[in-house]
Design a binder for this molecule. Structure first.
Ligand SMILES: Cc1ncc(COP(=O)(O)O)c(C=O)c1O
Length: 436
């Protein structure tokens, strides 16, 4: 890190006194009131007014009939995926997942919590490459995947960084193949999408929908998540599973496997305090995105894209991608990396290191699932078909792998909504100097 503070390109820049975070919780005070209310009324466990209220408020805001409050987004995704598996393939034995022996098409550029539940349920994730217009699942690659694996009946799709994906196309393809959709809206709470000409919120777009209140999200409960649905039966089932699957008997009676996944009334208090600020946070994040866009316009980089006609992102994270011809050499191993500085060029790791040297936190683009050691032996489908075996000793192949390319050239910028315009300008300045 001393390298940057002593590098003449960065002369005159002083480290931020307080760290600028990628995306940290922003409390407003109301949270304290509702947490105190839970404690003072002694409703501190998994029942209480805060839980009831946040379920009602979120269902109304998002536009679904039922919201089930859970301990985290991952729990919501697990139960959504299990519900889909049970609907498609029936109830599994207690020691087996509902997806055993079945393949599932999954977003590739996402956080692994989106798709790990496929493995929890013993399914076989097949990763679908990413498109360049929104950095989400590519419908053309999904079509190809159905050509290769026509029996698949489940798709898990996420909206990366708060930008809705091409859901209309994905829904059309799913319908044509009789497939269900699990929607992961963990990062996109409050984002809108124009479906068949009407604006609707993410979290309503799949057959089973999930959101997260993790500490880094657009609003937070410190933790927490929700399952969203219009089906009363599905809501009841998730509520039952999340509270250890107790039957209506005087003693502990169980006919199916249960989980301890319910949200606590304390967490719900934090969520309750945050909900009035959702729109405000989105406005702040949008202003951050636009300031980066204007401030970086003279550099050989682009912001993470979205479809302005069909979507209103929540702008959770601002990201940038470096033009190919402005990429300085950079290599990444499994856990380490190397790069060199070249005048007029830079690389994601150089920019991330430079920002960190001055006390600002960015992050590499989420490493695609098909590149993760744990999922490296899983199938990966691009617009060309099988993305794993497209070359031989004599044929180079096209090398199409959009996710790997965005991972290589992109990075997430500090997007904390408490960052001041002046601090953001200083970050923009640091990025400029990386290209000197
Ligand atoms: C896309 C995505 N899905 C799922 C999750 C998991 O949510 P949680 O942390 O609430 O379990 C996260 C983030 O944490 C996420 O970014």
């Amino acid at each position: 890190m001393r390298r940057f503070t002593e590098d003449p390109r960065f002369s005159g820049i002083r480290p931020f006194e307080k760290k600028i975070w990628l995306s940290s919780p922003t409390m407003h005070g109301d949270e304290q009131y509702w947490v105190d209310d839970a404690i003072l009324t002694n409703w501190v466990s998994t029942v209480g007014a805060n839980i009831n209220e946040v379920e009602k408020q979120v269902a109304t805001r998002i536009g679904v009939k039922y919201a089930v409050a859970l301990s985290c987004g991952t729990a919501a995704l697990h139960l959504a995926t299990k519900l889909a598996g049970e609907k498609l393939y029936g109830q599994a034995r207690p020691n087996q997942g509902t997806l055993q022996g079945h393949k599932v098409f999954c977003s590739d550029m996402t956080f692994d919590a989106s798709i790990n539940p496929v493995a929890y349920e013993d399914g076989d994730a097949i990763f679908i490459d990413t498109e360049r217009d929104t950095w989400n699942m590519d419908p053309a690659a999904l079509e190809k995947a159905f050509e290769l694996y026509p029996d698949v009946r489940l798709i898990v799709v996420a909206h990366l960084y708060g930008t809705p994906g091409k859901i209309e196309e994905i829904k059309r393809i799913a319908e044509a193949h009789g497939a269900l959709i699990v929607e992961d809206a963990a990062e996109s709470l409050g984002a809108k999408y124009k479906l068949n000409g009407e604006w609707v919120e993410t979290g309503t777009l799949g057959d089973y929908n999930c959101i997260s209140f993790n500490g880094n999200k657009i609003i937070t409960g410190s933790a927490g998540g929700m399952f969203l649905t219009d089906s009363e039966a599905d809501a009841n089932k998730v509520r039952k599973w999340s509270t250890q699957s107790r039957e209506a008997a005087p003693w502990y009676q169980h006919e199916e496997i249960g989980y301890n996944y319910r949200m606590s009334n304390i967490i719900a208090g934090v969520v309750r305090g945050q909900l009035p600020y959702l729109n405000g946070h989105i406005a702040q994040k949008k202003a951050i995105y636009e300031r980066y866009k204007a401030g970086l316009a003279d550099l050989p980089v682009k912001m993470n894209p979205f479809d302005a006609e069909k979507s209103q992102p929540n702008f959770w994270l601002s990201c940038m991608i470096i033009d190919e011809d402005a990429m300085a050499p950079m290599v990444r191993g499994e856990k380490d990396y190397l790069y060199t500085s070249v005048p007029g060029k830079s690389s994601p790791m150089e920019i991330l290191d430079a920002m960190l040297a001055f006390n600002a936190e960015g992050r590499p683009i989420w490493k695609p699932m098909h590149m993760q050691p744990i999922y490296r032996n899983h199938a990966f489908v691009t617009v060309e078909g099988n993305g794993r075996a497209r070359s031989n000793a004599y044929i180079a192949g096209s090398g199409i792998d959009v996710g790997a390319d965005i991972f290589r050239r992109g990075l997430c910028l500090p997007s904390d909504n408490k960052m001041t315009p002046e601090q953001q300008d200083a970050i923009i300045d640091i990025i400029h100097r990386c290209f000197q």
